[in-house]
Write a new protein. Structure first.
Length: 555
């Protein structure tokens, strides 16, 4: 039964390099501690060549020219460990969360998928590079031997069962992660390698080092066989980026967001998932003026109107002067980082933060990706990602309340509706759930004539001459007509407890217009009846303001 182990050497440093890939080409070190007692806990080879050493103080390290120092970040290490788990789950559902920098995998049944254990190990190392890690991969017949190979040898290492003891014997005993006391004891005995530890008599070793020493000897021989402790797959996809200097412009912010989205989408892709909701939380530096430019001043006017009217939108929620939080909701699960970045740019242009940004936290809610198969005789629908980007651009130009799918509102106010986010998947699901009538059940029905009210949005202002409380003549849209028949009024009112109540009378009016002028007006072009000089219209009288309006025409 083969097992594999993925080990990330210098995990503290690689977690920082994953958050800032540009540091890979520079000498870099990681400091930890409480100022002013900050010491070096991790460094790369270029920094070591310049003279940087572990346990060196930050003041000493700052004397080295060209050295880049970063504070150790628990958030970066947590995100890197979560990415390592997602990497392992992309290959096997049976994994063990051995340590923050080490993951063990059960490879049972995977050889038939990848051809050989060598191909599988190479794929693990290549996938780790895609996640931003330089990983060591060990493959052996038991988890402990695979873990020892991954921690002791660089690159990809395959241990045949008959070669495990010999190959592992060349490793130093430090690869066993011994305690300080046991390491000092073995050093006094002159035991430097695993082979030397494996050659010690078991009885005498047990008398001096106890059962822990016997266990370490079994590890050195590669003979410690145990079962994996399975780890649960996490459902949290979160990436964090702490900035040394605050960002105050949209372009560098979009670059940082693109990096976080690439990492999130890579993790989602490894788990065969997408996301339909992304939360963004940014820590702001104190500031009073808005520093992110808005493309159009009309955006600010629309946002102020929405706040006054109480409409819900994607506007960010301000929790105090130092935090910016907002959410991007999608109609369908996506994992295209470039498309998501375009949506975030449009979103932030419409809802900019008010201060420079010092820290970014992005969380993606996982969702199952869609599976759709187009019919042979059906027209192709637009790509959901491109459709969402197009709608986001239109929302940015004309306002969120002016685009989407209409839905009824719980009110008796005539011709009132609200715009919700357009979700083509929900529309297709509702259509599929509608009951279908078979041809045998279909019965011929008498088609009755139907009239429909074609509403004018906005309603057309009108001037009305009233006699005995009944309209007799009307003027609107540059056309004057005589009222032949009037039906009404129908009085309705509501929302008297709000700031926007209504109290109106409605009439159905049959109006006759002079034929020469009726041909010239654009009003009858809507009805596509250029020769008609008579029509039925819905008129409305607002009692509070005393104004008349033409609400629509009957077809």
């Amino acid at each position: 039964m083969p097992f594999a182990c993925i080990h990330i050497p210098h995990f503290i440093l690689q977690a920082a390099l994953r958050a800032e890939p540009e540091l890979r080409a520079q000498p870099a070190g990681i400091v930890e501690g409480t100022p002013p007692l900050l010491t070096i806990v991790a460094l790369n080879e270029k920094a070591a060549q310049l003279g940087l050493r572990l346990e060196m103080t930050k003041l000493q390290a700052e004397q080295i020219p060209g050295l880049q120092l970063r504070q150790r970040s628990a958030a970066h290490e947590t995100a890197a460990h979560a990415a390592l788990l997602d990497l392992a789950l992309a290959f096997s559902p049976r994994i063990e969360d051995t340590a923050a920098d080490t993951i063990a995998l059960d490879l049972t049944g995977l050889v038939s998928l990848f051809g050989s254990l060598e191909n599988l190990a190479q794929r693990l190392a290549a996938r780790a590079a895609e996640f931003g890690f330089r990983a060591n991969v060990g493959v052996a017949s038991n988890p402990e031997a695979a873990q020892l190979a991954a921690r002791g040898f660089s690159g990809v290492t395959l241990l045949a069962p008959e070669e495990e003891a010999q190959r592992l014997g060349s490793l130093p005993v430090s690869a066993l992660h011994l305690s300080v006391e046991m390491r000092e004891t073995l050093d006094r005995w002159g035991v430097r390698t695993c082979a030397a530890l494996a050659a010690l008599p078991v009885a005498q070793l047990s008398e001096r080092l106890g059962q822990e020493g016997v266990r370490m000897q079994e590890l050195a021989r590669g003979g410690n066989v145990r079962a994996l402790i399975p780890a649960r797959a996490t459902s949290q996809f979160e990436e964090t980026l702490e900035l040394d200097s605050a960002v105050s412009e949209l372009e560098p912010l979009a670059f940082l967001l693109g990096r976080l989205l690439d990492q999130l989408c890579a993790r989602l892709s490894a788990r065969a998932l997408g996301t339909n909701e992304i939360h963004l939380k940014m820590k702001l530096e104190p500031g009073e003026e808005e520093i992110f430019p808005v493309a159009d001043e009309s955006v600010l006017q629309r946002n102020s109107k929405r706040k006054k009217s109480g409409r819900k939108n994607f506007a960010p929620a301000q929790h105090g002067p130092s935090t910016y939080e907002t959410t991007l909701r999608l109609p369908l699960p996506m994992r295209d980082s470039k498309a998501l970045l375009r949506l975030w740019r449009l979103h932030l242009e419409a809802n900019p933060p008010v201060s420079p940004i010092a820290k970014i936290e992005m969380t993606a809610e996982p969702a199952q990706t869609r599976f759709a198969q187009a019919g042979l005789f059906q027209p192709l629908s637009p790509d959901p990602e491109k459709l969402e980007i197009t709608m986001a651009r239109m929302r940015h130009l004309i306002g969120e309340a002016n685009i989407g799918a209409p839905e009824p509102v719980d009110t008796h106010r005539p011709l009132t509706f609200a715009m919700k986010h357009f979700d083509p998947a929900a529309v297709a699901k509702d259509f599929a759930e509608q009951p279908r009538r078979s041809a045998a059940d279909a019965t011929p029905a008498i088609v009755a004539p139907v009239i429909a009210l074609r509403a004018f949005r906005p309603a057309m202002p009108a001037r009305v001459e009233v006699r005995a409380d009944v309209p007799v003549r009307i003027l609107f849209n540059g056309v004057c007509g005589e009222v032949i028949a009037a039906s009404g009024p129908w009085r309705n009112s509501g929302d008297w407890w709000t700031e926007d109540p209504w109290n109106q009378d409605e009439w159905d009016l049959e109006i006759e217009f002079p034929l020469p002028r009726a041909k010239e007006t654009k009003l009858f072009a809507m009805k596509q009846e250029s020769a008609v000089s008579r029509g039925v219209y819905r008129a409305m009288y607002e009692r509070a303001s005393g104004n008349w309006f033409i609400r629509g025409v009957y077809d």
